[in-house]
Design a protein around this ligand. Structure first.
Ligand code: AOF
Ligand code: ZN
Length: 335
């Protein structure tokens, strides 16, 4: 029985919960008989609802093989089964009750409510437990959830679009921003808004662009909007304050380490920062970020404007609609 193949399948089905489970992790589970046949599968579908293991057993109960002795079977799950009473009862307890013989776990759950206790419960009940299969892929899938529990701050993604001569906008005090993104790259931005729990822009962007910062071009929830307003300049009718989603405005303390700590205390596991340059440069100086995504429009030069943050772009990029999409990962963020 090739464990990695089944954990790979768990990861594939876990992703179906992508836009619906935050701040919980995406988790997939498959129940496999002694001959290696998958009897049932399940994944965490929605925040606050059943965990992957519960859904897997539910599907098993309605299957033809439900009378099988589960002592001969293996449950594969991409994350350690939980041991706590949260919004749902502990999955480890359910697995013990079902009498499963063996459990293969992709990676341990760093949530202090679980953190090894799920595996301990299973082992105490005499179940064979194997830990650490495709661990790197398991970590990548839930990098936001892991960042919150391991680093006690949200996963931070900085994102901007710039002209080929390095500007994010024309200099202006009114009027509309220059359009840099294409329809397809705009869709990618909305997907990023759906992937992250929060979205942030600085005061100037709120005042100049009056953005809604919603996810209107991709499935899933709208992100929680975050901004700073030290001098009470944001008017009460600003679109960022609309009731289409929640908004957090920092007024007294606006430094990035403080904001991250506060967001973590609200269980926000990820934030996408879309600008402007002042905010992005402040964040870059703290080194508290995880990814940077830069879109460059090669055909667009404006000679003068608001400069993009000065960073070294990586050598490789993706091309979408003729635009260059660079992704830079942080090497010095504490992992
Ligand atoms: C599992 N299987 O599919 C998931 C787990 O509030 P609750 O009850 O939904 O618990 C959320 C926590 O449970 C979450 O922070 C993480 O530690 C774990 N997620 N565990 O056994 C699952 N999604
Ligand atoms: Zn659980």
């Amino acid at each position: 029985m090739e464990y990695a193949n089944y954990i790979a399948h768990c990861l594939e089905i876990a992703r179906r919960g992508e836009y619906y489970v935050a701040p919980n992790p995406m988790v997939g589970a498959v129940l496999v008989d002694a001959g290696g046949t998958i009897l049932a599968e399940g994944w965490h579908e929605k925040y606050g609802e059943a965990h992957a293991e519960v859904n897997c057993f539910r599907h098993f109960e309605v299957s033809k093989s439900r009378d099988l002795d589960l002592a001969t079977c293996t449950l594969f799950v991409s994350l350690e089964p939980c041991s706590h009473y949260g919004k749902t009862p502990p999955c480890a307890k359910l697995i013990i009750e079902k009498g499963v013989g063996r459990v293969v776990v992709g990676m341990l759950d760093p949530n202090p409510l679980v953190a090894g206790k799920g595996v301990q419960m299973l082992r105490d009940a005499g179940i064979e437990v194997i830990i650490g299969v495709l661990e790197e892929q398991c970590r990548e899938l839930n990098k936001r959830f892991l960042c919150l529990h391991e680093n006690h701050r949200p996963y931070v993604i900085l994102k901007w679009a710039q002209t080929s001569d390095g500007f994010i906008d024309i200099k202006r005090t009114s009027g509309s921003p220059i359009k840099i993104s294409t329809p397809k790259t705009k869709e990618i931005v909305h997907r990023m808004r759906a992937e992250n729990m929060a979205i942030m822009v600085g005061t100037n962007t709120v005042l100049l662009d009056n953005p809604r910062l919603l996810n209107t071009h991709w499935e899933g929830r709208n992100p929680i909007r975050v901004t700073v307003d030290r001098y009470n300049r944001i008017p009460s009718n600003a679109r960022i304050l609309s009731d289409e989603s929640k908004t957090i405005v920092y007024r007294n303390r606006t430094d990035w380490p403080y904001i991250l700590t506060d967001l973590a205390s609200r269980n926000i596991h990820s934030i996408l920062v879309e600008g402007g340059t002042t905010l992005l440069n402040h964040i870059l100086a703290t080194r508290l970020w995880d990814e940077i995504h830069v879109e460059v429009a090669p055909e667009l030069t404006i000679g003068d404007g608001v400069p993009a943050p000065a960073i070294d772009l990586p050598a490789t990029y993706e091309t979408v609609d003729g635009h260059l999409l660079f992704t830079k990962l942080n090497n010095f963020a504490k992992k």
